[in-house]
Design a protein around this ligand. Structure first.
Ligand code: ZN
Length: 269
């Protein structure tokens, strides 16, 4: 059954997309002047991303999250790497617009999660979506993501029992993808959310967070897809120590959390 996104959410995300696209075209103009010619020639885009990461990554100052995820700010955050051996940020323009900053412990939790998968022989590649602004605060159209303690994780997909990556490179438009109540992509029901992998991801993030003194306070997850998540073998294995998964969401929020899930962290006092 096809669900329709309502008009405010479509407008919000088209605005986001247009904003990011306009930032992207401004950045394109700077590519020529900053291209670095060392070793194998990087693509102009990779060069800008690498330079941006090197200029903004920091691990010397202590990060401070101020306030809450829905009303807060971030001091001395860090930038998540654009990519690692088995993960990638979903949108270059979003990245270069400063929307992938986060608390250092959150960055470390995300990186350690993927590193653990790799060490365990997991072959899948993962995509991560938006984090926070450099100094936190409002990041339209998100209601939260304000204090560097929120992350959006792209739902891993599968087709014919194998990982499917064909929808991973849509950039900001990925937020608009629609899935039915069984977690199938509405334009091609052969493509579906890999709930076993989602369960693994949430629980591994939870484990890695606690090792660093963080806890997951909430996972915003489409309420129509909870049953599929809870039915997985992986979820049942971890169920006794699983983080809180949202039970009720406003329709507009629910509609937007089918292509990704959102995780809020807090420092354990
Ligand atoms: Zn989010």
């Amino acid at each position: 059954m096809k669900r329709k996104l309502n008009m405010p959410s479509i407008i919000a995300f088209l605005t986001l997309f247009l904003f990011i696209t306009s930032c992207s075209s401004q950045l394109d103009k700077t590519v020529v002047s900053v291209q670095v010619q060392t070793g194998p020639e990087p693509s102009p885009e990779a060069s800008v991303v690498d330079r941006y990461y090197l200029n903004n990554f920091q691990d010397s100052l202590k990060t401070k999250s101020i306030g809450s995820v829905s009303r807060g700010s971030l001091q001395n955050g860090t930038l998540i790497p654009f990519s690692g051996s088995n993960f990638m940020y979903f949108d270059t323009a979003s990245y270069l617009s400063g929307r992938a900053f986060t608390h250092k412990l959150v960055a470390q939790t995300v990186i350690n999660t993927f590193k653990t998968f790799e060490l365990n022989g997991e072959k899948r590649k993962f995509s991560i979506m938006e984090f926070s602004n450099e100094h936190g605060g409002k990041m339209f159209p998100h209601r939260t993501h304000q204090n560097g303690m929120s992350v959006d994780m792209m739902m891993p997909l599968q087709k014919g029992g194998k990982p499917y990556y064909g929808l991973d490179d849509l950039g900001a438009m990925h937020y608009l993808l629609e899935f039915n109540k069984e977690g199938q992509y509405i334009n091609d029901t052969a493509i579906s959310i890999d709930f076993e992998m989602v369960a693994n991801e949430i629980n591994q993030m939870h484990i890695e967070a606690e090792k660093l003194g963080l806890t997951i306070t909430k996972v915003i997850f489409n309420t129509n897809l909870r049953d599929e998540l809870f039915a997985t073998t992986n979820w049942q294995f971890f169920a006794a120590n699983s983080p809180y998964i949202t039970r009720n969401l406003e329709p507009v929020i629910n509609d937007l959390h089918d292509d990704h899930f959102h995780v809020d962290f807090e420092i354990i006092p």
